[in-house]
Design a protein around this ligand. Structure first.
Ligand code: CTP
Ligand code: MG
Length: 220
């Protein structure tokens, strides 16, 4: 039996408000932009790579990146992912934010393998800090908790159904796995990585720039 076709879907249409350096996906980290780090990580591991950027960036991005197809994103991350889902016919999709540039091949491999098996999966990490509920001032047991990251993998049909339901119902979530769970479908967990840090603020970017030097050495 042939393997189901696969696509990496990369939301990169955000404005990068909190970082304050223009569209975040186009900020440089070493020799490459955040977006190029992510696109290159998927190169050769999936059948196609589709990237969604803002209308202002689509020409520039198409000119600079040859190993992915560019489309225009939406006004929220969720709207952007829906556009991406409509732009591919792949049977399995892996959604990964341009804001998480350090994507190891092993993480992609285990996400793909678990997606083939379960149909819905997210990378997640145990929580290492102690936690407190600020309303009750009570400690929260961290053993049962996980921090959700991307990549997240789904059967295309399932994620599209989850997005259309959210669109019709007028509700939103900060990640795709949450929309799938709202359909009543379980989402499996695969081990994420501390390298999957999200670049949100200037401090994160400084940390990422420090990390990038050893990341590139490991790559060569
Ligand atoms: N994203 C997107 N379309 C949007 C909003 C966000 O594709 N309308 C993408 C971002 O490009 C990023 C990912 O979703 O890769 C996670 O979003 P976030 O880290 O919040 O990035 P921004 O929205 O760009 O940053 P900010 O919220 O600070 O403006
Ligand atoms: Mg945002």
């Amino acid at each position: 039996m042939s393997r189901p076709s696969t696509a990496a879907l990369i939301p990169a249409a955000g404005t990068g408000e909190r970082l304050g350096m223009g569209p975040k996906a186009f900020v440089c980290l070493g020799q490459k932009t955040l977006l190029m780090h992510v696109v290159d990580a998927f190169d050769g591991l999936v059948d196609e790579i589709v990237v969604a950027v803002s209308p202002e960036m689509v020409n520039e991005a198409s000119g600079r990146i040859s190993n992915a197809r560019m489309i225009v994103g939406g006004s929220s991350r969720q709207a952007t992912v829906l556009n991406l889902l409509r732009a591919t016919a792949a049977e399995l999709v892996i959604v990964h934010d341009a804001a998480r540039p350090f994507l190891e091949p092993a993480v992609i491999d285990r996400t793909l393998a678990a997606t083939r098996r379960h149909g819905a999966v997210t990378a997640a990490r145990p929580v290492v800090d102690s936690l407190i509920d600020t309303t009750s001032q009570m400690s929260v047991d961290r053993e049962k908790l996980r921090a959700v990251q991307t990549p997240q993998g789904f059967r295309h049909e399932l994620l599209l159904r989850a997005h259309l339901r959210a669109f019709e119902g007028g509700y939103s979530a900060t990640d795709d796995a949450a929309l799938v769970r709202r359909l009543g479908h379980e989402v499996a967990l695969v081990e994420g990585s501390p390298m999957l840090m999200k670049v949100t603020t200037l401090q994160d970017l400084e940390m990422a720039r420090a990390l990038e030097r050893s990341w590139c050495r490991a790559d060569t």
